[in-house]
Write a protein that binds this ligand. Sequence first.
Ligand SMILES: C[S@@+](CC[C@H](N)C(=O)[O-])C[C@H]1O[C@@H](n2cnc3c(N)ncnc32)[C@H](O)[C@@H]1O
Length: 355
Amino acid sequence: MAGNTLNAARVARNDEFYTQLGDIAKELKYYKPYFKDKVVFCNCDDPYESNFFKYFALNFNAFGLKKLNATCYNGSPIAGDELPLLFDATDEEPKKIAYKVEITEVKDYDGNGAVDLADVQYLIQNDKNVLSLLKGNGSFDSDECKELLKKSDIVVTNPPFSLFREYLAMLEKYEKQFIIIGNTNALTYKETFRMFQQDKIRTGYTNFNVGMFFQVPDNWEKYHHIENGKKIARVSTSCWFTNLPVSKHNEELILYKHYSPNEYPNYANYEAINVQTYTEIPDDYEGIMGVPITFIDKFNPNQFEIIGCCEPAIEIETYKKCSYFKEYKSRQIIHNGVLCQKTYHRLLIRKKLKQ
Ligand SMILES: C[S@@+](CC[C@H](N)C(=O)[O-])C[C@H]1O[C@@H](n2cnc3c(N)ncnc32)[C@H](O)[C@@H]1O
Protein backbone atom coordinates (compact mmCIF):
# COMPACT_ATOMS: atom_id res chain seq x y z
CA MET A 1 0.00 0.00 0.00
CA ALA A 2 1.42 3.34 -0.98
CA GLY A 3 -0.52 5.10 1.79
CA ASN A 4 -0.57 8.45 0.05
CA THR A 5 -3.13 11.12 0.73
CA LEU A 6 -3.57 13.44 -2.21
CA ASN A 7 -4.18 16.84 -0.76
CA ALA A 8 -5.50 18.23 -4.00
CA ALA A 9 -6.08 16.77 -7.41
CA ARG A 10 -4.63 19.90 -8.98
CA VAL A 11 -1.26 19.18 -7.43
CA ALA A 12 -1.14 15.85 -9.21
CA ARG A 13 -2.14 17.62 -12.45
CA ASN A 14 -4.10 14.57 -13.37
CA ASP A 15 -7.84 14.49 -13.64
CA GLU A 16 -8.49 10.76 -13.67
CA PHE A 17 -10.37 10.36 -10.41
CA TYR A 18 -13.37 8.11 -10.88
CA THR A 19 -16.26 8.54 -8.50
CA GLN A 20 -17.54 5.50 -6.64
CA LEU A 21 -21.15 4.42 -7.03
CA GLY A 22 -21.74 4.48 -3.26
CA ASP A 23 -20.66 8.12 -2.98
CA ILE A 24 -22.93 9.11 -5.86
CA ALA A 25 -25.90 7.27 -4.35
CA LYS A 26 -25.27 8.81 -0.92
CA GLU A 27 -25.48 12.35 -2.31
CA LEU A 28 -28.03 12.02 -5.09
CA LYS A 29 -30.77 10.33 -3.08
CA TYR A 30 -31.62 13.73 -1.60
CA TYR A 31 -32.45 15.32 -4.94
CA LYS A 32 -34.84 12.72 -6.34
CA PRO A 33 -37.87 15.08 -6.64
CA TYR A 34 -35.86 17.48 -8.81
CA PHE A 35 -35.21 14.85 -11.50
CA LYS A 36 -38.78 14.06 -12.51
CA ASP A 37 -39.23 14.53 -16.29
CA LYS A 38 -35.77 16.08 -16.57
CA VAL A 39 -32.94 15.58 -19.06
CA VAL A 40 -29.74 14.70 -17.22
CA PHE A 41 -26.34 15.27 -18.80
CA CYS A 42 -23.12 13.64 -17.60
CA ASN A 43 -20.62 15.51 -19.77
CA CYS A 44 -17.29 14.21 -18.46
CA ASP A 45 -18.30 10.59 -18.44
CA ASP A 46 -17.41 7.57 -20.46
CA PRO A 47 -20.68 5.63 -20.09
CA TYR A 48 -18.78 2.37 -19.88
CA GLU A 49 -16.69 3.55 -16.97
CA SER A 50 -18.64 6.28 -15.27
CA ASN A 51 -20.65 5.43 -12.21
CA PHE A 52 -22.66 8.60 -12.80
CA PHE A 53 -23.96 7.10 -16.00
CA LYS A 54 -24.59 3.77 -14.27
CA TYR A 55 -26.37 5.45 -11.38
CA PHE A 56 -28.79 7.31 -13.65
CA ALA A 57 -29.32 4.32 -15.90
CA LEU A 58 -30.17 2.18 -12.88
CA ASN A 59 -32.45 4.86 -11.44
CA PHE A 60 -33.85 6.08 -14.76
CA ASN A 61 -37.38 4.90 -14.01
CA ALA A 62 -37.27 5.42 -10.25
CA PHE A 63 -36.29 9.07 -10.83
CA GLY A 64 -38.77 9.45 -13.68
CA LEU A 65 -36.08 10.81 -16.03
CA LYS A 66 -37.05 12.00 -19.47
CA LYS A 67 -33.59 11.44 -20.93
CA LEU A 68 -30.03 10.65 -19.96
CA ASN A 69 -27.11 11.99 -22.03
CA ALA A 70 -23.48 11.13 -21.48
CA THR A 71 -20.42 12.17 -23.46
CA CYS A 72 -16.98 10.68 -23.40
CA TYR A 73 -13.87 12.83 -23.86
CA ASN A 74 -11.23 11.34 -26.08
CA GLY A 75 -8.41 12.68 -23.91
CA SER A 76 -9.35 10.27 -21.15
CA PRO A 77 -6.91 7.36 -21.01
CA ILE A 78 -9.77 4.90 -20.68
CA ALA A 79 -12.15 6.52 -23.19
CA GLY A 80 -13.69 4.13 -25.65
CA ASP A 81 -11.91 1.08 -24.25
CA GLU A 82 -14.90 -1.10 -24.97
CA LEU A 83 -16.11 0.50 -28.15
CA PRO A 84 -14.63 -2.00 -30.59
CA LEU A 85 -17.17 -4.44 -29.22
CA LEU A 86 -19.89 -2.10 -30.35
CA PHE A 87 -18.54 -0.63 -33.53
CA ASP A 88 -16.68 -3.69 -34.69
CA ALA A 89 -13.80 -1.31 -35.14
CA THR A 90 -10.30 -2.33 -36.05
CA ASP A 91 -8.83 0.93 -34.92
CA GLU A 92 -5.51 0.19 -33.30
CA GLU A 93 -6.07 2.97 -30.82
CA PRO A 94 -9.62 2.56 -29.60
CA LYS A 95 -8.79 4.72 -26.60
CA LYS A 96 -9.05 7.87 -28.71
CA ILE A 97 -12.75 7.75 -29.47
CA ALA A 98 -15.19 10.42 -28.33
CA TYR A 99 -18.83 9.45 -28.36
CA LYS A 100 -22.19 10.17 -26.85
CA VAL A 101 -24.95 8.02 -25.48
CA GLU A 102 -28.57 9.18 -25.34
CA ILE A 103 -30.94 7.07 -23.27
CA THR A 104 -34.69 7.52 -23.35
CA GLU A 105 -35.85 4.08 -22.23
CA VAL A 106 -34.57 1.66 -19.63
CA LYS A 107 -36.30 -1.69 -19.42
CA ASP A 108 -35.93 -4.68 -17.15
CA TYR A 109 -34.39 -6.75 -19.96
CA ASP A 110 -33.47 -9.78 -17.93
CA GLY A 111 -36.95 -9.87 -16.46
CA ASN A 112 -35.84 -10.12 -12.85
CA GLY A 113 -38.19 -7.35 -11.77
CA ALA A 114 -35.49 -4.74 -11.25
CA VAL A 115 -33.26 -2.70 -13.49
CA ASP A 116 -29.71 -3.83 -12.81
CA LEU A 117 -26.28 -3.56 -14.41
CA ALA A 118 -26.96 -6.46 -16.75
CA ASP A 119 -29.89 -4.46 -18.12
CA VAL A 120 -27.73 -1.40 -18.56
CA GLN A 121 -25.47 -3.35 -20.89
CA TYR A 122 -28.45 -3.94 -23.15
CA LEU A 123 -29.46 -0.29 -23.08
CA ILE A 124 -27.75 0.60 -26.31
CA GLN A 125 -29.42 -2.22 -28.20
CA ASN A 126 -32.78 -0.67 -27.47
CA ASP A 127 -33.96 1.22 -30.57
CA LYS A 128 -34.83 4.24 -28.48
CA ASN A 129 -31.30 4.61 -27.16
CA VAL A 130 -28.48 5.88 -29.31
CA LEU A 131 -24.73 5.53 -29.12
CA SER A 132 -22.94 7.60 -31.73
CA LEU A 133 -19.48 8.95 -32.41
CA LEU A 134 -18.83 12.62 -31.88
CA LYS A 135 -17.14 14.61 -34.62
CA GLY A 136 -14.87 16.45 -32.19
CA ASN A 137 -12.99 15.39 -29.08
CA GLY A 138 -15.96 15.29 -26.68
CA SER A 139 -14.65 18.15 -24.56
CA PHE A 140 -17.44 19.61 -22.43
CA ASP A 141 -16.90 22.98 -24.11
CA SER A 142 -16.98 21.67 -27.68
CA ASP A 143 -19.87 22.84 -29.88
CA GLU A 144 -21.44 19.36 -29.98
CA CYS A 145 -21.35 18.99 -26.20
CA LYS A 146 -22.64 22.52 -25.70
CA GLU A 147 -25.58 21.70 -27.96
CA LEU A 148 -26.37 18.71 -25.74
CA LEU A 149 -25.94 20.92 -22.69
CA LYS A 150 -28.46 23.43 -24.01
CA LYS A 151 -31.01 20.65 -24.36
CA SER A 152 -30.35 19.29 -20.85
CA ASP A 153 -31.83 20.36 -17.54
CA ILE A 154 -29.44 19.06 -14.88
CA VAL A 155 -25.74 18.36 -15.23
CA VAL A 156 -24.32 15.81 -12.85
CA THR A 157 -20.69 14.72 -12.88
CA ASN A 158 -17.24 14.96 -11.42
CA PRO A 159 -15.53 17.29 -13.93
CA PRO A 160 -11.74 17.54 -14.23
CA PHE A 161 -10.59 19.45 -11.16
CA SER A 162 -8.02 21.32 -13.24
CA LEU A 163 -10.79 22.80 -15.44
CA PHE A 164 -13.28 23.51 -12.65
CA ARG A 165 -13.35 27.29 -13.21
CA GLU A 166 -14.07 26.99 -16.92
CA TYR A 167 -16.55 24.20 -16.31
CA LEU A 168 -18.58 26.12 -13.73
CA ALA A 169 -18.48 29.30 -15.82
CA MET A 170 -20.06 27.36 -18.66
CA LEU A 171 -22.85 25.96 -16.45
CA GLU A 172 -23.55 29.45 -15.16
CA LYS A 173 -23.58 30.92 -18.66
CA TYR A 174 -26.13 28.36 -19.87
CA GLU A 175 -28.10 28.64 -16.60
CA LYS A 176 -28.06 24.92 -15.95
CA GLN A 177 -28.91 23.14 -12.73
CA PHE A 178 -25.97 21.11 -11.52
CA ILE A 179 -24.72 18.66 -8.94
CA ILE A 180 -20.97 18.32 -9.34
CA ILE A 181 -17.91 17.30 -7.40
CA GLY A 182 -15.15 19.84 -6.96
CA ASN A 183 -12.29 20.81 -4.77
CA THR A 184 -13.08 22.69 -1.57
CA ASN A 185 -10.35 25.13 -2.61
CA ALA A 186 -12.57 26.16 -5.52
CA LEU A 187 -14.38 28.31 -2.98
CA THR A 188 -11.47 30.72 -3.06
CA TYR A 189 -11.61 31.11 -6.86
CA LYS A 190 -12.93 34.59 -7.58
CA GLU A 191 -15.87 33.51 -9.73
CA THR A 192 -16.90 30.57 -7.51
CA PHE A 193 -16.73 32.85 -4.49
CA ARG A 194 -18.99 35.37 -6.17
CA MET A 195 -21.47 32.61 -6.92
CA PHE A 196 -21.50 31.63 -3.22
CA GLN A 197 -22.06 35.25 -2.27
CA GLN A 198 -24.94 35.45 -4.73
CA ASP A 199 -26.40 32.15 -3.51
CA LYS A 200 -25.93 30.61 -6.97
CA ILE A 201 -23.96 27.65 -5.61
CA ARG A 202 -23.88 25.78 -2.32
CA THR A 203 -22.30 22.68 -0.83
CA GLY A 204 -24.16 19.39 -1.05
CA TYR A 205 -25.32 16.96 1.62
CA THR A 206 -22.24 14.77 2.01
CA ASN A 207 -20.00 15.85 4.88
CA PHE A 208 -17.90 18.66 3.45
CA ASN A 209 -14.80 18.20 5.47
CA VAL A 210 -13.86 14.55 5.19
CA GLY A 211 -12.69 14.18 1.59
CA MET A 212 -13.59 11.37 -0.77
CA PHE A 213 -12.06 8.19 -2.16
CA PHE A 214 -11.81 7.81 -5.94
CA GLN A 215 -10.75 5.00 -8.22
CA VAL A 216 -7.60 5.94 -10.16
CA PRO A 217 -5.97 4.36 -13.23
CA ASP A 218 -4.09 1.09 -12.73
CA ASN A 219 -0.79 2.63 -13.71
CA TRP A 220 -0.87 5.23 -10.92
CA GLU A 221 1.85 4.84 -8.36
CA LYS A 222 0.25 7.08 -5.78
CA TYR A 223 -2.90 5.69 -4.21
CA HIS A 224 -4.33 5.07 -0.77
CA HIS A 225 -5.34 1.40 -0.90
CA ILE A 226 -6.53 -1.33 -3.23
CA GLU A 227 -10.19 -2.39 -3.16
CA ASN A 228 -11.51 -5.26 -5.26
CA GLY A 229 -8.34 -5.05 -7.33
CA LYS A 230 -8.82 -1.33 -8.07
CA LYS A 231 -6.49 1.43 -6.94
CA ILE A 232 -8.24 3.95 -4.70
CA ALA A 233 -6.87 7.41 -3.89
CA ARG A 234 -8.10 9.85 -1.30
CA VAL A 235 -8.68 13.49 -2.16
CA SER A 236 -9.07 15.16 1.20
CA THR A 237 -10.32 18.39 -0.34
CA SER A 238 -13.20 17.23 -2.51
CA CYS A 239 -16.86 17.90 -1.96
CA TRP A 240 -20.20 18.30 -3.74
CA PHE A 241 -21.43 21.58 -5.16
CA THR A 242 -24.91 22.28 -6.45
CA ASN A 243 -27.37 25.05 -7.23
CA LEU A 244 -30.35 22.85 -6.32
CA PRO A 245 -31.90 23.37 -2.88
CA VAL A 246 -30.04 21.71 0.02
CA SER A 247 -32.05 21.75 3.23
CA LYS A 248 -29.19 22.49 5.64
CA HIS A 249 -28.61 25.82 3.91
CA ASN A 250 -32.09 26.89 4.92
CA GLU A 251 -31.56 26.04 8.58
CA GLU A 252 -30.55 28.81 10.97
CA LEU A 253 -27.44 28.21 13.05
CA ILE A 254 -28.30 28.39 16.74
CA LEU A 255 -26.04 31.05 18.23
CA TYR A 256 -25.58 30.95 21.98
CA LYS A 257 -22.26 32.71 22.65
CA HIS A 258 -21.78 36.33 23.69
CA TYR A 259 -19.14 38.60 22.25
CA SER A 260 -16.13 39.45 24.43
CA PRO A 261 -12.94 41.16 23.14
CA ASN A 262 -10.68 38.53 24.73
CA GLU A 263 -12.39 35.59 23.11
CA TYR A 264 -12.96 37.31 19.76
CA PRO A 265 -9.82 39.37 19.03
CA ASN A 266 -9.71 41.94 16.24
CA TYR A 267 -7.53 41.22 13.23
CA ALA A 268 -4.53 43.49 12.81
CA ASN A 269 -5.04 43.81 9.07
CA TYR A 270 -8.85 43.58 8.58
CA GLU A 271 -11.80 45.31 10.20
CA ALA A 272 -13.19 42.12 11.69
CA ILE A 273 -13.07 39.86 14.74
CA ASN A 274 -11.78 36.30 14.75
CA VAL A 275 -14.25 33.47 15.43
CA GLN A 276 -12.47 30.20 15.98
CA THR A 277 -15.26 27.82 14.90
CA TYR A 278 -18.63 28.50 13.30
CA THR A 279 -20.37 27.06 16.39
CA GLU A 280 -18.97 30.00 18.39
CA ILE A 281 -20.32 32.82 16.26
CA PRO A 282 -21.53 35.34 18.85
CA ASP A 283 -25.21 36.08 18.86
CA ASP A 284 -24.79 39.73 19.82
CA TYR A 285 -22.13 40.93 17.35
CA GLU A 286 -23.28 42.91 14.35
CA GLY A 287 -19.93 43.68 12.71
CA ILE A 288 -17.78 41.61 10.38
CA MET A 289 -16.48 38.27 11.64
CA GLY A 290 -13.80 35.95 10.26
CA VAL A 291 -14.88 32.30 10.39
CA PRO A 292 -13.17 29.13 9.13
CA ILE A 293 -13.85 28.19 5.52
CA THR A 294 -15.87 25.17 6.72
CA PHE A 295 -18.63 27.65 7.60
CA ILE A 296 -19.61 27.54 3.94
CA ASP A 297 -21.13 24.12 4.55
CA LYS A 298 -23.56 25.66 7.08
CA PHE A 299 -24.09 28.95 5.28
CA ASN A 300 -27.69 30.08 5.27
CA PRO A 301 -27.94 33.19 3.06
CA ASN A 302 -31.00 34.35 4.98
CA GLN A 303 -29.02 34.45 8.20
CA PHE A 304 -25.61 35.72 7.04
CA GLU A 305 -23.96 37.52 4.17
CA ILE A 306 -20.49 36.65 2.95
CA ILE A 307 -18.32 39.70 2.50
CA GLY A 308 -14.92 38.34 1.57
CA CYS A 309 -12.24 35.74 2.01
CA CYS A 310 -8.77 36.42 3.41
CA GLU A 311 -5.86 35.13 5.45
CA PRO A 312 -5.86 37.62 8.35
CA ALA A 313 -3.43 38.06 11.23
CA ILE A 314 -3.84 38.81 14.95
CA GLU A 315 -1.33 40.78 17.04
CA ILE A 316 0.59 38.16 18.97
CA GLU A 317 0.09 39.74 22.40
CA THR A 318 -3.68 39.88 21.81
CA TYR A 319 -3.72 36.33 20.44
CA LYS A 320 -1.93 34.99 23.53
CA LYS A 321 -4.93 35.95 25.64
CA CYS A 322 -7.19 33.60 23.65
CA SER A 323 -7.86 30.12 25.04
CA TYR A 324 -7.16 28.60 21.61
CA PHE A 325 -3.78 30.29 21.07
CA LYS A 326 -0.96 28.08 19.75
CA GLU A 327 2.27 29.60 18.57
CA TYR A 328 3.26 28.87 14.96
CA LYS A 329 6.47 30.75 14.18
CA SER A 330 6.12 29.91 10.50
CA ARG A 331 2.82 31.82 10.39
CA GLN A 332 4.13 34.99 12.00
CA ILE A 333 4.44 38.31 10.18
CA ILE A 334 5.23 41.89 11.07
CA HIS A 335 2.31 44.20 10.40
CA ASN A 336 2.74 47.96 10.98
CA GLY A 337 5.85 47.15 13.03
CA VAL A 338 3.99 44.69 15.31
CA LEU A 339 4.49 40.91 15.50
CA CYS A 340 1.29 39.13 14.37
CA GLN A 341 0.33 35.54 13.67
CA LYS A 342 -1.73 34.65 10.63
CA THR A 343 -4.83 32.52 11.13
CA TYR A 344 -5.82 30.08 8.40
CA HIS A 345 -8.04 31.32 5.58
CA ARG A 346 -11.19 32.97 6.87
CA LEU A 347 -14.52 33.84 5.37
CA LEU A 348 -15.58 37.32 6.36
CA ILE A 349 -19.27 37.25 7.22
CA ARG A 350 -21.89 39.44 8.83
CA LYS A 351 -25.21 38.58 10.34
CA LYS A 352 -28.19 39.79 8.36
CA LEU A 353 -30.41 42.06 10.34
CA LYS A 354 -33.83 40.60 11.02
CA GLN A 355 -36.54 42.44 9.07
C1 LIG B 1 -12.36 13.63 -12.22
S1 LIG B 1 -12.57 12.57 -13.65
C2 LIG B 1 -14.17 11.98 -13.35
C3 LIG B 1 -14.69 11.01 -14.34
C4 LIG B 1 -16.16 10.67 -14.14
N1 LIG B 1 -16.98 11.85 -14.30
C5 LIG B 1 -16.35 10.12 -12.75
O1 LIG B 1 -16.79 10.86 -11.88
O2 LIG B 1 -16.02 8.96 -12.51
C6 LIG B 1 -12.75 13.79 -14.90
C7 LIG B 1 -12.87 13.23 -16.27
O3 LIG B 1 -13.02 14.28 -17.19
C8 LIG B 1 -12.24 13.99 -18.33
N2 LIG B 1 -11.91 15.25 -18.99
C9 LIG B 1 -10.74 15.93 -18.97
N3 LIG B 1 -10.85 17.03 -19.74
C10 LIG B 1 -12.11 17.04 -20.22
C11 LIG B 1 -12.82 17.92 -21.08
N4 LIG B 1 -12.25 19.00 -21.56
N5 LIG B 1 -14.09 17.61 -21.38
C12 LIG B 1 -14.70 16.52 -20.88
N6 LIG B 1 -14.08 15.64 -20.06
C13 LIG B 1 -12.79 15.90 -19.74
C14 LIG B 1 -11.04 13.27 -17.80
O4 LIG B 1 -10.42 12.50 -18.79
C15 LIG B 1 -11.67 12.42 -16.69
O5 LIG B 1 -12.09 11.19 -17.19
